[in-house]
Design a protein around this ligand. Structure first.
Ligand code: HEM
Length: 515
């Protein structure tokens, strides 16, 4: 040690120099890890770390980023490339054939739980969602939970309840003088829909903007999205005292957790006493249906697992559906001929009497063009721009590219849906792609359309969300025509809120009533 320092250096000076040296070494190591691609992955075309960060800081939307940042690497790697994102070097997949290989081989590519473990038990994200829920766990644990839930999500969907909510939504459109901040409008509808359908609880978000439970939920939703809730996890013990709003967030998480837990416990007792025996399945909430499946011996779920899964339904089903519907109204405002064609289909099935009506399930099934519109909207602006990272369990040949064991692999749905080698004119909104014999049916091998993912880990709530989207869209088309206001910032292309939330930035829609 003495050889390192000139004779006469005091102990205090030595300590300072040593700590400085250690800090510089740590910083160099961190920069090296960020910048230099691991040797075992260097054969895959990569995206520069700082180019990516610059794009995020400039708030470039996912489409621009896919074109300018990832585009060249995607082309070079035939749909497979490497980027240091979100926390480590990962392989990104935007080719239909490679995506299919990853999603069909769930044992080779289970979901990676690293982020949740890194956050630690005290983190609000982990305290709300838990780490034992169907969206995160793998293997037998996952099978058991999914088995309890599958029947609940495959029964007849509660379209009458969705319709009743939209009737309340009509009143809000009138109250707001027919020019409506559309994301807020749909966030209220989809929150109430999830509360009622999930566990029989009305947040009253649509009819009472000040409702206490809506505010509690909003505190949690926005708080968990703050970068401070998941960045610097090792500093959480300190951050929780200095981050503004963190105390409030912790309190709201406790309050919402207590509500979900009490719902799970009470409903278990009710189901055991068979209180809801005469209620048809389409009117039962998801919690009741899950508990009934458990009673029939179709899997098991503890109270904490039920609570944690109800929390996941909010994460997975609230903003996703609200964002999707907002984009759908945008797309139809920008493509008037599609809006008219969709309305014509609705009027043919439901008639054009000047009165509000609630569509029935079998009527919604007779509207193939509406489904084409919803599919194209999800291709263009699906809310899940990438799937949760998977980790390769062994060396793997992915469409001719060698992927070593323990590599994080991310299917990047946005880049896949906007890949010009896969979709013709990908930036154009064209529902005809999904017509029988259309582009999607005839030109695609592998998995080219993945807004809900696919395979056994595909979205559990897909049918639920699609039934909700159909009901809302059909009722809106029957009652209104709509367009963007003259001064809308979205006239030359939609502006996205930010990197964390791919929702349209303060989008307003101007409605005119048809009756
Ligand atoms: C437009 C609406 C929705 C979209 C685009 C969507 C998309 C997705 C995607 C892409 C996945 C796969 C994630 C991954 O593997 O990394 C997923 C999984 C999941 N979704 Fe959805 N989702 C939507 C609505 C819903 C709703 C309404 C619910 C529940 C009420 C829900 C519940 C779930 C659950 C529980 C999973 C995990 C399934 C598993 O791993 O077994 N989703 N969703």
């Amino acid at each position: 040690m003495n050889k390192l320092f000139p004779v006469g250096t005091s102990n205090k000076k030595k300590a300072v120099l040593l700590s400085l040296g250690a800090t510089v070494a740590l910083i160099c190591r961190a920069i090296y890890r960020i910048y230099y691609v691991p040797r075992s992955l260097r054969h895959i075309p990569s995206v520069g770390y700082f180019r990516l960060i610059r794009s995020i800081l400039r708030r470039e939307d996912a489409t621009t980023r896919a074109r300018t940042v990832y585009g060249p690497a995607i082309k070079k790697g035939n749909g497979i490339y490497l980027a240091n994102f979100p926390i480590t070097w990962s392989v990104f997949v935007s080719s239909p054939i490679a995506a299919k290989s990853v999603l069909m081989k769930t044992d080779n590519f289970p979901k990676s739980m690293e982020i949740f473990h890194a956050l630690g038990k005290e983190n609000p994200v982990v305290r709300f969602f838990g780490i034992d829920n169907v969206a995160i766990v793998n293997g037998e644990k996952w099978k058991k939970q999914r088995k309890v839930m599958n029947p609940a999500f495959h029964r007849a969907m509660p379209v009458q309840m969705f319709g009743r909510l939209m009737l309340k939504g009509f009143k809000n459109i009138e109250k707001q003088d027919y020019q409506v901040p559309i994301l807020d409008f749909f966030q209220r509808l989809t929150l109430d829909a999830l509360g009622i359908a999930g566990f029989g609880f009305d947040f009253h978000s649509v009819d009472d903007p000040e409702s206490i439970w809506t505010k509690t939920y909003e505190n949690v939703r926005l708080g968990l999205r703050s970068p401070f809730s998941f960045l610097f996890p090792s500093m959480d013990w300190l951050l929780k005292y200095i981050i503004p709003g963190r105390k409030e967030l912790d309190k709201s998480v406790d309050k919402l957790n207590a509500l979900l837990m009490s719902m799970a416990q009470e409903r278990r007792l009710q189901v055991r006493a068979s209180i809801d025996d005469n209620v048809p399945d389409s009117e039962k909430d998801l919690l009741t249906l899950m508990l009934e499946a458990e009673l029939r011996g179709e899997g098991t779920a503890s109270d904490e697992q039920l609570r944690s899964n109800l929390a996941v339904f909010f994460l997975a089903g609230h903003e996703t559906t609200a964002n999707t519907m907002s984009f759908c109204l945008y797309n139809l405002a920008m493509n008037k001929e599609v809006q008219s064609k969709a309305r014509q289909e609705v009027l043919t099935v439901l008639g054009d009497e000047p009165v509000d009506i609630l569509p029935q399930i079998d009527e919604l099934r007779q509207m193939p063009y509406i489904d084409m519109v919803l599919k194209e909207n999800l291709r263009r602006f699906g809310p899940a721009s990438m799937l949760i990272a998977r980790k390769s369990q062994e060396d793997f040949d992915l469409n001719g590219v060698f992927i070593p064991k323990n590599t994080p692999v991310v299917v990047e749905t946005h880049a896949l849906h906007h890949n010009p080698d896969v979709w013709k004119n990908p930036e154009q909104f064209d529902p005809e792609r999904f017509a029988p014999g259309g582009e999607h049916e005839t030109c695609h091998e592998g998995m080219a359309w993945l807004p809900f993912s696919s395979g056994s880990r595909g979205c559990l709530g897909m049918n639920f969300s699609l039934a909700e989207q159909r009901t809302f869209l059909v009722m809106l088309l029957r009652k209104y025509e709509w367009e963007l206001p003259e001064d809308s910032i979205h006239r030359n292309g939609v502006k996205i809120q930010n990197f964390q939330n791919a929702a349209p930035e303060s989008l307003e829609i101007k409605f005119s009533s048809r009756y």
